[in-house]
Design a protein around this ligand. Structure first.
Ligand SMILES: C[S@@+](CC[C@H](N)C(=O)[O-])C[C@H]1O[C@@H](n2cnc3c(N)ncnc32)[C@H](O)[C@@H]1O
Length: 187
């Protein structure tokens, strides 16, 4: 099955009246608030539209095409899940540009996909969130994700963010990888 085929697996389909396949999985406000606090707010949301209230000072919708824009500052990216490959690649590329301080990507924890192995593994930290998210705003409509989620962090991140992510699940930190390997060898 192709990468895009994998992304479009049936478990994308939300239950009930949300219809069939959709990319409109808006970030749970409570999760967003804790992350905003930890990073001091977001400058850019390059994949915007589904949220009730703007997440960042600058937003790009499908019409603007966030994949074609230059990113900057501290970026919140909860991309259309139907094209994870393009968005993860963009996140990696943009995070290497000087204008970009930090990129946080909320993504389904599809650890068997090519995009995960090609791009999520380049993150400075990956948090594997415990439980499953309830997407949407409780003041409107919510829906429980039929999949687990990760937050991939690209760039040097504040300690507060590390602590916030630690409270949400298991956090893999790339700077600790060699340390663990060494310990294993010595043992
Ligand atoms: C998973 S939702 C996230 C919405 C919001 N950023 C949030 O975190 O709650 C992804 C959003 O990206 C929008 N989108 C789709 N293609 C896009 C594109 N090429 N550029 C920018 N936004 C896009 C979708 O319409 C959708 O609202």
């Amino acid at each position: 099955m192709s990468e895009k085929g994998t992304d479009r697996e049936k478990w994308d389909t939300p239950p009930g009246h949300f219809g069939s396949k959709t990319d409109e999985w808006s970030t749970p406000p409570e999760l967003l608030r804790s992350l905003e606090k930890a990073v001091g707010g977001f400058d850019l949301d390059p994949c915007s539209g589904a949220e009730r209230k703007s997440i960042a000072e600058q937003t790009y919708t499908a019409e603007d095409d966030g994949l074609k824009q230059a990113w900057f500052g501290t970026v919140w990216c909860n991309p259309p899940y139907s094209d994870m490959e393009s968005w993860m690649q963009k996140a990696v590329n943009e995070s290497n540009r000087e204008d970009v301080d930090l990129v946080l990507v909320l993504a389904p924890a599809r650890t068997s996909t090519q995009w995960f192995h090609k791009y999520a593994t380049k993150a400075d930290a990956v948090a594997f969130l415990e439980g499953r998210l309830t997407f949407g705003d409780p003041r409107e409509q919510v829906r429980n994700a039929p999949f687990p989620s990760i937050i991939a962090v690209f760039g040097e991140y504040p300690e507060d963010l590390g602590d916030t992510l630690d409270r949400r699940g298991m956090v893999y930190r790339s700077d600790q990888r060699d340390q663990r390997t060494q310990q294993t060898v010595i043992a």
